[in-house]
Design a protein around this ligand. Structure first.
Ligand code: PLP
Length: 440
């Protein structure tokens, strides 16, 4: 048993076994529940909005594989397309039709002229930065604190001692030489951006930002902030790289760009994608302006490659997902998000728990602090103990939230009335548990 009342005998046994052969027993740290305590659930199957764990308990899934499962788990049409692709062989190391069709679908929906497929969001941002450096002939990269772009050495960086000071490694294993060309600024801070461009503008290859931050909880850019970044980059001959790995085909059908650039009439030079565009399989991409993408090998001199890049099974899953992700899917997910946001806020208010709910299109998260939260410093003011208590009470009531207060809550088109009602029923008790933890 754990602090939550559902038994976890099978998950606990699997964790002990996994720990013998895998650090922490997991293949990505957040899955270990370190931030909230308790036993991570080993999932044995999933269907629609529901996960089933090794002990046979069902949970409404509010993680959706950290974003990809826009249509819900085991969607029959995605499943059929994937099975059909697998039957024709799973990888050839040669060009295929689904790659072309998925590239066309990405180009049709977003601002990019061309894309290159890779297998993870990390690879996408890593490659976009290499291309930006190769295109501009410059070295320096600007990023924001609290924005996550995958485990790329140069982006696992913490701010240096002053605003325009180069960054220091954010984890052991990253050499100082990998972050000494990275500048880390507070999110939503125009003055900080102006200051570093004034001092280093002619050395900056690119500025990379999440199109709307989702990795410190959901922190949308302030109105006009992304346009300001794009314009500042342009004025200094740097490229504007918008990371839509999380928001792409999720915040809206056109990603977060559909809610700002497409409306305001500007576009990033490069954009990265992942998650939804792989339909639950390892597929990601970077793309952008035709003249920039033409610098990529084999057309241009900047090297980039991958054994499984554009894999036919993964691209088939992504393509089928995008084809099924019609505007009404986003309308339904957006409407469900509104119901859950209001209910979460109402329950926490009734229990007297300080909180803020923020959104970016159909994405949202609940911060356990008074808002507004506009940067990482504000997000870090959360009551993490209150969140842990809330998380476990929800889990106990059959709702699987992200096991960290710094994450977005993800919905799918499969979150039907029964799934939503399960969440609504769980919220008041979880809010009271959070209040007790906050008092303690
Ligand atoms: N960029 C953003 C905005 C992300 O949210 C993530 C992952 O969460 C990544 C990049 C890295 O993607 P991956 O985990 O597929 O390497």
């Amino acid at each position: 048993m754990t602090s939550s009342g559902r038994n976890t005998f099978a998950s606990a046994a699997l964790l002990a076994r996994a720990r013998q052969v895998t650090p922490g027993g997991v293949n990505s740290p957040v899955r270990a529940f370190n931030a909230v305590g308790g036993t991570p659930r080993f999932i044995t199957s999933a269907e629609g909005a529901w996960l089933t764990d090794a002990d046979g308990h069902d949970y409404v899934d509010l993680i959706c594989s950290w974003g990809p499962m826009l249509l819900g788990h085991a969607h029959p049409e995605v499943e059929a397309a994937v099975l059909d692709a697998v039957r024709r062989g799973s990888s050839y190391g040669a060009p295929t039709v689904p790659e072309v069709e998925l590239a066309e679908a990405v180009v049709e929906r977003t601002s990019v002229d061309a894309v290159r497929f890779v297998s993870s969001g990390t690879e996408a941002t890593m490659s976009a930065i290499r291309l930006a450096r190769g295109f501009t002939g410059r070295d320096v990269v600007v990023k924001f604190a609290g924005c996550y772009h995958g485990h790329v050495d140069s982006l696992l960086a913490s701010a240096g001692s002053g605003l325009a000071t180069f960054a220091v490694p954010g984890t052991p294993g990253v050499p100082a030489s990998s972050t000494e060309l990275t500048l880390v600024l507070p999110y939503n801070d125009r003055a900080a951006v102006e200051a570093v461009f004034a001092e280093h503008g002619d050395r900056i290859a690119c500025l990379v930002t999440e199109a709307a931050a989702g990795n410190m909880g959901v922190v949308p850019p302030e109105p006009g902030f992304n346009a300001f970044l794009a314009e500042t980059c342009r004025a200094h001959g740097a490229l504007f790289v918008s990371d839509e790995v999380m928001t792409g085909f999720r915040a809206s059908r056109q990603g977060y760009w559909g809610l700002d650039g497409a409306v305001e009439g500007w576009r990033p030079d490069l954009t990265t994608f992942g998650k939804v565009m792989g339909g639950g399989f390892p597929a990601a991409a970077f793309g952008g302006r035709a003249d920039v993408m033409a610098h990529l090998a084999p057309e241009g001199p900047v090297y980039q490659a991958g054994t499984l890049s554009g894999n036919p099974v993964a691209t088939t899953a992504g393509l089928t997902t995008l084809r099924l992700a019609t505007p009404d899917v986003y309308d339904r997910i957006g409407a469900t998000a509104e119901v859950l946001k209001a209910a979460a806020s109402q329950a926490l208010t009734a229990a007297g728990v300080p909180h803020t709910v923020q959104s970016a299109g159909t994405m949202f998260s609940v911060f356990f602090t008074e808002g507004p939260v506009r940067d990482f410093a504000a997000a870090s003011a959360q009551d993490l103990g209150a969140y842990a208590a809330f998380f476990h009470a929800m889990l106990d009531a059959g709702v699987y939230l992200p096991p960290s207060a710094y994450e977005a809550w993800f919905l799918s088109d499969a979150h039907d009335e029964r799934a939503v009602q399960t969440v609504l029923d769980a919220l008041p008790g979880a809010a009271r548990a959070a209040a007790r933890a906050a008092d303690g």
